[in-house]
Design a binder for this molecule. Sequence first.
Ligand SMILES: [Mn+2]
Length: 231
Amino acid sequence: MASTLITGVKRDITLLDNVTPLDGDHITVLDISMEKNLIGLKKALEVGAEVFYADHHRSGEIPNSPQLDAHIDLDPNTCTSLIIDDYLQGQHHTWAITAAYGDNLIAKAEELAIKAGFDEEQRAFLKELGTLINYNGYGASVDDLHFDPAKLYQALYQYTSPFEAKNDLNSPYYALKQAYEADLADALAIQPTHESESLAVYELKDTAGSRRISGVYGNLLANQTPIRMRF
Ligand SMILES: [Mn+2]
C-alpha cells in the first residue's frame, strides 16, 4: 500500500494541515502537539480516517473517537521516540536511545544506553548521531537544511542499527558531521555582545549556517552554563 511521508523543519509543527484525509486512510502522527493540530485531526476523524497519534507536547483535550489511538505522555523525561519504544517493546531500542539523545534528554538516554550494555565509545557515537539528526531539523525553511528531513529519514531507515551508519562511509552521518563542525566553528568564533552571571547575548550572522546551528548551539550553551537556565 502506498504511503506518503509528510515532514518539515523542526518549527513546522502544524503538519496535519498538509494532509488531505480520505475515508479509510491510516494516518500516523508523531511528535507534534495535538492541541496545535486539532483542526486537522478532527477533519481526519470526520472523514473516516484512522489515526495513530504519539506525542509528548501539550495535547489539549483529546478527541473521544474509536478511530483515534492516542499515546500521549507529557512527562518531561520522555520523548516521542521513547513512547514508540514502549509501544514497539524495544524492537528498535538503539534508534530510540539515539533519538532521546537528540532531543537533549541526555541523562535519560545515558541511563538507557548503559542499561543496554553500550560502552563509552558507543554511547558517545549514539549521542553524536542523535545530535546531528536534531541539528538537521533547524532552519527557516527546508532550503536551509543539508538534508530534506524526508530524505534523511529514508536514508537512515535502511540501517537496522545506528552503528551501521558509522560503518558506511557514504552515510548521512559523515556528511552531517562535517557540516555541523563547520557551522559550530563559525558560531563559536562569535563573542557575546553582553555577558553577566545570568545572561549572555550572542549575535549570529544572518546566514543559513547560523539558522541551522542555533538550536543545537543553544542546547550547548545551556548545558555549559546551567545557571543561566533558571530564568
Ligand atoms: Mn519531541
